[in-house]
Write a protein that binds this ligand. Structure first.
Ligand SMILES: [Zn+2]
Length: 226
């Protein structure tokens, strides 16, 4: 497997460690962590720093809310360490027949165990998508785009996380392959293009509807549900 080149930013990893991320963001971050020993190491350094901070704060002077937040984080770290064994994983939402080991938990349970089990909905432009069921307002989906094709072009209304699961795309001269986490914000308009050697499947989490630049895409967006 090619090495992972694009990792979780410090800011995002801190939010994850503190337990303040919504389910959709956490899903992308935790799945990257399962694939990436480097980020697991960074997370454990942050946990150690957080533990030291906890010890330095006298319990009677700790604001209740702050303590609750740290306790929630510690509970979560206990329940869901990166690369957690199967028994600790979130229960599957449907029967898993063929477990695809290339898709780690927690994402594997959300998509029915395997990329083959996904009920894709065609977008009619050499692409297909699957809306991943999560709690909260975030838009979480799998996108499958054919070789040599661009991902639907868009700007962002907020943060966007793209985790590559299969294949590769190029964006702004950089290559993104399996395990890479592409973190964008409202400042970016990026136009990833899938490499010609195969299709690309990625998990995309956004906190606002994608704004397509092309008039045609904007016109059909409500019907596609993207
Ligand atoms: Zn990483």
């Amino acid at each position: 497997m090619t090495p992972i080149n694009h990792h979780i930013s410090d800011a995002l990893l801190l939010e994850y460690a503190a337990g303040t991320l919504e389910e959709g963001w956490s899903l992308a971050v935790a799945t990257h962590l399962a694939l990436c020993p480097d980020c697991r190491k960074r997370l454990s350094l942050m946990e150690a720093a957080g533990g030291a901070l906890m010890e330095s704060i006298a319990p009677e002077t700790t604001p209740e809310r702050e303590r609750e937040s740290w306790e929630a984080m510690l509970l979560r770290l206990k329940a869901e360490p990166a690369g957690a064994p199967e028994s600790d994983a979130k229960p599957a939402r449907r029967t898993i027949k063929d477990v695809d080991r290339t898709i780690p938990e927690p994402l594997r349970s959300y998509i029915g165990g395997s990329l083959d089990a996904v009920e894709w909905r065609r977008l009619g432009i050499g692409a297909a998508q699957y809306q991943v069921p999560v709690d909260g307002d975030l838009n979480v989906k799998l996108l499958r785009v054919g070789p040599g094709r661009p991902l639907p072009e868009h700007g962002h209304g907020g943060r966007e996380l793209t985790l590559i699961l299969k294949g590769c795309y190029r964006c702004e001269g950089e290559a993104f392959g399996p395990g890479d986490l592409d973190e964008e914000d409202e400042e970016t308009v990026h136009e990833p293009v899938v490499t010609p050697d195969g299709e690309c499947i990625c998990l995309i989490v956004t906190d606002a509807p994608l704004r397509f630049k092309s008039r045609m895409m904007r016109a059909v967006q409500p019907f596609l549900g993207i």
